[in-house]
Design a protein around this ligand. Sequence first.
Ligand code: PLP
Length: 305
Amino acid sequence: MPERVNVNGALGGPDEAAISPLDRGFLFGDSVYETIRTYGGRPFLLREHLDRLRRSAAALDIDAAAAPVDIEAEIARTLAAAGNPESAVRVVVSRGRGPLGYDPAGCGPPTVVIHVRACPSIPEQWRREGVDVAIVPVTRNAPAALDPAIKSSNLLNNFLAWREAFLAWREAHRLGAWEPILTNASGRIVEGASSNIFVVRDGRLRTPPLEDGLLPGITRAAVLELAGRDDLDAGEASLQPDDLRRADEAFLTSTLKGVLPIRRCDGWPIHDGRPGPVTRRVMGLFEALAQTGSNRGAAPGSSLR
Ligand SMILES: Cc1ncc(COP(=O)(O)O)c(C=O)c1O
């Protein structure tokens, strides 16, 4: 039973799961979520993910503490029921059911949906050779409109960016765009539709600062910490599109992708189009962290503390 869905503690297959059509998550995208994956069968960096879930909920005044179930315990129960060697877990906490209209009075308690499936595998070729990205004309939500730091399920901005890259790919087959890269209203690169981005220039590893408007990725934070500990020159800096196009190396990070080299941007190779030494070093460091976190029996999320 690789796919299991848990709605407020009721565990079943995806076709049995149900939420109310009056749930604010369904009506307005008024909900927050996390994507977590296991390594060695154990949720990786679980504490970091649950902390971000609470922060996202608090930013929207969703009272996650009033959830009808213990989220961490239900994740464990759903993982056990699915029984995959490695799983991807999506946890959604919505404001819950309420009267139509924006006033949140009378809404709740929060709805908790936990979806577990077999972890999608990343083709070995992508890790070895890298993937393609395209800078799309869809700008990332401005922080003053819908702060990208909130991991909300209101994902139309991300979907529209994805659609733009997909249409470009269909029209020009040479552009095997795989991840759309968004800029902010000032034209600076901020992140992928479902990933953070890093570039390397003259040995310096840089990723856009949170102030430029992006999700504080858990993998991004882990990479910054690992790279710093390994004496790499790693930090935050605002990036223009040309900083990516002219980079010596570039890579994406996310929970499901891990660290993934970028091969081409807008159809043009990054440097010689092959993953460079800094990227390969960071991939090795991250892989080692994932193995440590899963093999040594450390408490989930404790490996970075
Ligand atoms: C918009 C966006 N940025 C970045 C990320 C990467 O975050 P994390 O490393 O926490 O998975 C994601 C993950 O889904 C995302 O949706």
